[in-house]
Design a protein around this ligand. Structure first.
Ligand SMILES: Nc1ncnc2c1ncn2[C@@H]1O[C@H](COP(=O)(O)OP(=O)(O)OP(=O)(O)O)[C@@H](O)[C@H]1O
Ligand SMILES: [Mg+2]
Length: 253
């Protein structure tokens, strides 16, 4: 469960949202929609803890998988490493451990030796010894051929990149999955594959000029028995109704 209590976000004098209280329940899927710049990504960053709200509290599970909006952020990394980065604790331990092992043997201090012991402990606890194999299974499931696993992300096509980023979000069996505009480049096979994951899924989508009807719903990208619309969608739907009613009145007069 993710619980949001009285959350307000302001950038300078601009209020993005105010006093939001809501709960995202386990096993259900939610969508947040709004026009460009409405604050969807900011709200999702607050949910993950990447951004502190101006006010309010969030209670979240330990592991949250995130599919970020920026699909170029990992271009310089290998595909398999990009997936493993989905577990930040494990990835940071790998990086620090490799840096220590790269030191010339006679420069390793006692403190380095102690730290290496701690790091091996973290790697073990986080299933680091099977990380590459686990990441490979996720990539296979998303139809990323083994020949691509060692390649750099920058060499992949848009659709393949999003599937790798989806594998990253799912790495380590997160209890909640946050997808920021997943419809960009996510194909139907990946969507069906995603259905198998019993997590809370929260997705954001742009709803700029069209009303939030079934055709614009992102539930097609997160198929679910239950798609509950968040506060922003309801507010947007009300505004849309008011706008269409007043347009109809004007056209009658
Ligand atoms: N760190 C920041 N400092 C100042 N303003 C910010 C910051 N981050 C976001 N904003 C502003 O907050 C507003 C909401 O941004 P956000 O990226 O959350 O919108 P969005 O709904 O995800 O938009 P899009 O549909 O384009 O992805 C924008 O006007 C943006 O410029
Ligand atoms: Mg956004």
């Amino acid at each position: 469960m993710i619980s949001v209590e009285n959350v307000t976000m302001r950038f300078g004098s601009r209020v993005l949202f105010e006093d939001v209280t809501t709960t995202f329940m386990a096993g259900r899927r939610y969508a947040i929609s709004g026009p460009n710049g409405a604050g969807k990504s900011t709200f999702m960053k607050i949910l993950t803890g990447e951004q502190e709200p101006t006010n309010g509290n969030i209670t979240r599970p330990k592991r949250i998988g995130i599919l970020r909006q920026d699909q170029f952020a990992f271009d310089q990394y290998r595909v398999i490493d990009t997936v493993i980065m989905g577990n930040a604790t494990l990835w940071n331990a790998f990086v620090e451990r490799d840096a220590l092992y790269a030191k010339p043997h006679d420069e390793l201090t006692d403190a380095d030796g102690m730290r290496l012991g701690e790091l091996e402990g973290i790697v073990g606890e986080e299933n680091g010894y099977t990380a590459e194999a686990d990441a490979g299974v996720l990539l296979d499931g998303l139809d990323i051929d083994a020949s691509l696993h060692e390649r750099k992300m920058g060499e992949l096509q848009g659709g393949q990149k999003v599937r790798v980023l989806l594998a990253q979000a799912l790495f380590g069996n997160p209890s909640a999955l946050l997808l920021d505009e997943p419809t960009n480049n996510l194909d139907l096979d990946s969507v069906h594959w995603l259905k198998e994951y019993p997590t809370i899924a929260i997705s954001s989508t742009v709803c700029a000029r069209t009303p939030p009807t079934s055709t614009t719903r992102p539930s097609s990208c997160i198929p679910a028995a239950t798609t509950t619309w968040c506060w922003r969608k309801r507010r947007f739907a009300r505004a849309w109704k008011r706008k269409t009613r007043s347009a109809k009145r004007k056209s009658r007069n």
